[in-house]
Design a protein around this ligand. Structure first.
Ligand code: C2E
Ligand code: MG
Ligand code: MG
Length: 863
């Protein structure tokens, strides 16, 4: 069945489309009643599903028009709407001839069942019975009801908007008061308080931050927080500030550099705000640090004890080998005081095997006098068999000869901090929503895979870059929490398709990348993509809602040309982009030429931008010859690009790219300006050529620029050219793009005195009679007709017809692309008045034009 979905909300249309397409219906879309009518009249449909409240033409009106139209009356027409509906709406809809009136929400299944019901009820009738036209006598009644319904709906809508606005005002007010309160607290705090963006640039600071760091607020705001960290420190613990996510404050110590270069130690408590910015409170801990240093220097274990009852203490007599361990030390590992002996192995034997060697090494270094103190973080086995992270500090006590006789120290449980650090590290390399590796980790795995291939000559790997199609629509129509669920499900489904050892990463909103290694054959990768695509196309059930998504994939294999991990990712992304242009659920494999195409396109765009800046565009001129009078009628201005390396380039080489990149309007305008000034100067110097005209080509973009007429007026004025010398050429396609606008522009140009030519005539789809409505002077017959025009060819009648009709409508005919004398004779005999083509001259620059065209007395057409 062909179904036309009419709704002004794109999201709603998308949903309905998905519902109908899922069971094989063909679906068209219209954003309002007017569009719907146009579509219905142009294409065959069997069913219309319409909303009520829509701009331009609402659903009721659409229904009326459909039922009043003899061609469309047989359509099934149902309403599907939620906007402020009540019984009367349904009554009105049915009265207007709707078949059904469905209210949202309805599950897709219900909706489809109801529709099948409707259609099924008419099966066997062959053609659907024509609904009766509404009764004439109830027409006024219907109108009344209709107006009342619309007013009621609009009333609701206005109320809703007002409510929303009021709520927003109240929320803003509340926010302002709480912000003010917060502000004054922040201003008075003794600690530095700052806010940084997710990329660590400082957004706001309080006065204490300035005092502690010695900068003014202006100097701090905008600066990167990382600038304040001494470079060495950054290498040691890089990402702490940025990864304070998860909503829990994290606390850590850092050194910061003051304006004068000195370093201040601070303890930072950082926390991510909802929007990703990070708020930090930094306390100056210079004093505490100084005390700690003093403490470290002290030789007494009781001085160490002052550091806190939480630490365990130990005292090792190196002469007797006896190790004293404090009760706290033992309880930190789950033991009672009496349960641990005095052997040094009681400590060292419990150190994690992976850490033991380093601990012993550092101990020896300090005892030998190589280090000023002992400090080490390592894992120690707890009574319950688990390992705890301990920070152990110690200092040797030496005799008068310098030999160590004793060593005392403390033990601090740093398990929580270690875990937090590990979590941070994990977060830095994983996506929060899905828990999958992120781009950074993927790049790391990718470079390992690259290394393996280089070293061991392993089998190739492939990267599959999968993106959900039109995922934003899911977010917009169903909300972000549904969107998140869809992403999570997507991740799980892809994961379900993978082999052990494959890596799945989330690299962007709706984009996932699979790295799969050791491929026996490239078809392994395509098979995997097929499996993934199939899995992802299954509907996702969220609550009682079924969501349909499809995914497209770009594939790149390690046999490609990329060298660095980044390049592979980029190539896979390019391939995904290509796949997406092919439509939903597509797959594309990266090819080196693809990359080359993209790159050369990019280079061309950049070069074009420079060309505009450096004014590298020149105008060439091609003469237009009057076939009856054997003389020069005018010139067509054709753009050329004087490329610094490639020389003179014709328009095919750059116009389409210039158009896509948005440069064409500027190029056209520079050509028009130059052509006008050139003609003015020739008219001044060759008074005999006072009738000469100049044709300029207008792209459709140019033609739809709102200030086109004003621009031409100004150019004419600046160059001092009379408007009747100016001809503008547009193609049929341009004229048909927006008919009402075309008429307005053409009329305005015409009233200025500018003449209008239709370029490449015959290649478009406009009918001659249609053109009659526009003030057009000349049709330029496309050179494809002229090129094949021999007396025997089939093109002659076409040209003949065009000439005859043009004569009828008072238009002139110009033949383009006349290359041979035979063609010329032929078109003359068909009564074309003028011609252009290589037979007379190729397009040439201004100097040559002056030398060979302007001064040429005759064109060899004496009849
Ligand atoms: P057009 O306006 O139909 O221009 C005629 C094209 O046919 C020119 O190509 C011209 O060199 C070529 N031509 C003329 N006589 C003959 C002939 O006897 N045989 C053959 N085979 N070709 C002939 P050109 O200069 O390469 O321009 C191509 C198209 O680029 C133009 O087609 C026009 O649509 C566009 N163009 C040129 N200059 C401009 C410009 O300044 N602005 C805009 N928007 N488009 C331009
Ligand atoms: Mg032209
Ligand atoms: Mg043409």
């Amino acid at each position: 069945m062909r179904v036309l979905v009419v709704d002004d909300q794109e999201a709603n249309r998308y949903l309905l489309r998905a519902i109908f397409e899922a069971r094989g219906d063909a679906v068209g879309e219209a954003a309002n009643g007017r569009e719907a009518l146009e579509l219905l009249r142009a294409e065959p449909f069997e069913m219309v599903v319409a909303d009520i409240l829509m701009p331009v033409m609402d659903g009721y009106q659409l229904c009326r028009e459909v039922r009043a139209d003899a061609q469309l009356r047989r359509l099934f027409f149902v309403f599907y709407t939620a906007t402020y509906v009540d019984q009367k709406d349904e009554a009105l809809a049915l009265r207007l001839g709707a078949d059904r009136f469905f209210r949202k929400p309805m599950s897709p299944k219900e909706l489809l069942c109801a529709i099948d019901d409707l259609v099924g009820g008419h099966a066997g009738e062959g053609n659907r019975a024509v609904p009766e036209e509404s009764q004439a006598d109830s027409e006024t009644e219907i109108l009344k009801l209709y107006n009342e319904r619309l007013i009621q709906k609009l009333g609701h809508k206005v109320e809703e908007l007002e409510r929303e606005m009021l709520q927003r005002l109240l929320a803003e007010e509340a926010l302002r008061t709480s912000e003010e309160r917060y502000r004054s607290l922040v201003e008075q705090a003794a600690d530095a308080i700052y806010i940084v963006s997710p990329d660590a640039s400082i957004l706001d600071v309080n006065p204490s931050a300035c005092t502690i760091l010695g900068y003014s607020a202006d100097e701090l705001v905008g600066r990167s927080f990382l600038d304040l960290v001494p470079p060495g420190d950054l290498a040691a613990t890089p990402l702490q500030v940025r990864e304070a996510a998860k909503g829990k404050a994290i606390v850590f110590e850092r050194n910061l550099t003051r304006r004068d270069g000195t370093v201040v130690p601070v303890e930072i408590s950082a926390k991510a705000l909802d929007d990703g910015r990070i708020q930090g409170i930094a306390r100056d801990v210079t004093e505490r640090k100084r005390a700690e240093a003093a403490l470290r220097e002290s030789e007494e274990r009781y001085a160490l004890a002052a550091k806190g009852a939480n630490d365990g203490l130990w005292d090792w007599n190196l002469r007797s080998g006896e190790l004293y361990l404090s009760p706290r030390w033992k309880s930190m590992l789950g033991y009672e005081d009496g349960e641990v002996g005095t052997e040094s192995e009681e400590w060292l034997g419990r150190v994690h095997p992976d850490d033991a060697e380093a601990v012993r090494g550092d101990l020896k270094a300090h005892l030998d006098g190589a280090t000023p103190f002992f400090e080490h973080e390592h894992r120690v086995r707890h009574r319950d068999g688990s390992y705890r992270w301990m920070l152990t500090r110690g200092l040797a006590v030496r005799d008068e000869t310098g030999a160590s006789v004793r060593m005392v120290g403390s033990q601090t449980d740093v398990t929580n901090r270690k875990l937090a650090e590990e979590q941070l590290l994990h977060d830095a390399f994983h996506d929060q929503l899905t828990g999958l590796p992120n781009r950074a980790l993927l790049l790391d795995r990718l470079s390992q895979a690259g290394e393996r291939i280089k070293r061991a000559g392993s089998l190739p790997f492939a990267l599959l870059h999968t993106g959900l199609d039109r995922f934003h629509v899911v977010n917009e129509s169903l909300g972000h929490s549904v969107g998140d669920k869809v992403l999570e499900t997507t991740a799980q489904r892809i994961e379900g398709c993978l082999r052990p050892g494959d890596t799945l990463a989330r690299v962007g909103g709706d984009e996932f990348v699979v790295l799969t290694e050791d491929l026996k054959d490239v078809s392994d990768a395509t098979r995997l993509v097929e499996r993934i695509t199939r899995e992802l196309s299954q509907p996702i059930l969220i609550g009682d809602q079924e969501v349909f998504v499809t995914a497209s994939t770009g594939i790149v294999t390690s046999n490609g040309v990329a060298e660095r991990p980044d390049d592979y990712l980029r190539d896979a992304h390019v391939a995904l982009g290509r796949a997406r242009t092919k439509g939903r659920g597509s797959v594309e494999t990266f090819q080196a030429e693809l990359h080359e195409r993209v790159m050369s396109r990019l280079r061309l765009e950049t070069a074009l931008r420079h060309a505009l800046e450096r004014d590298e565009f020149e105008v060439y001129y091609q003469p237009v010859i009057d076939l009856e009078g054997d003389r020069l009628l005018g010139l067509e201005a054709l753009v050329r690009w004087r490329h610094p390396e490639r020389g003179i380039l014709p328009p095919v080489e750059f116009l389409s790219v210039a158009e896509e990149a948005g440069f064409l309007v500027a190029i056209d305008r520079s050509v028009i300006g130059k052509a006008c000034r050139q003609l003015r100067s020739w008219l001044d110097r060759y008074p005999a050529l006072g009738h000469l005209t100049m044709s300029v080509n207008l792209s459709s973009r140019q033609f739809s620029e709102p200030d086109l007429v004003r621009f031409l007026e100004t150019e004419l004025q600046k160059s001092g050219l009379d408007p009747r010398h100016l001809h503008v050429e547009v193609t049929e396609g341009t004229l048909m793009e927006s008919i009402s606008r075309t008429r307005a522009v053409l009329t305005e140009l015409r009233s200025m005195g500018v003449r209008l030519l239709i370029d490449d005539f015959g290649t478009g789809y406009s009918s001659l009679s249609y053109l009659q409505n526009f003030p057009i002077d000349t049709l330029k017959i496309d050179r494809s007709f002229v090129g094949q025009i021999t007396s025997a060819s089939s093109q002659a009648p076409i040209v003949q017809t065009i000439v005859a009709l043009a004569e009828n409508m008072g238009m002139r005919v110009l033949a383009e692309g006349v290359e041979t004398a035979v063609q010329c004779t032929r078109i003359r005999s068909l009564r074309c008045q003028s011609a252009q083509g290589y037979l007379f001259s190729r397009p040439i620059d201004a100097l040559q034009t002056e030398a060979v065209v302007l001064t040429r007395p005759s064109w060899g057409l004496a009849s």
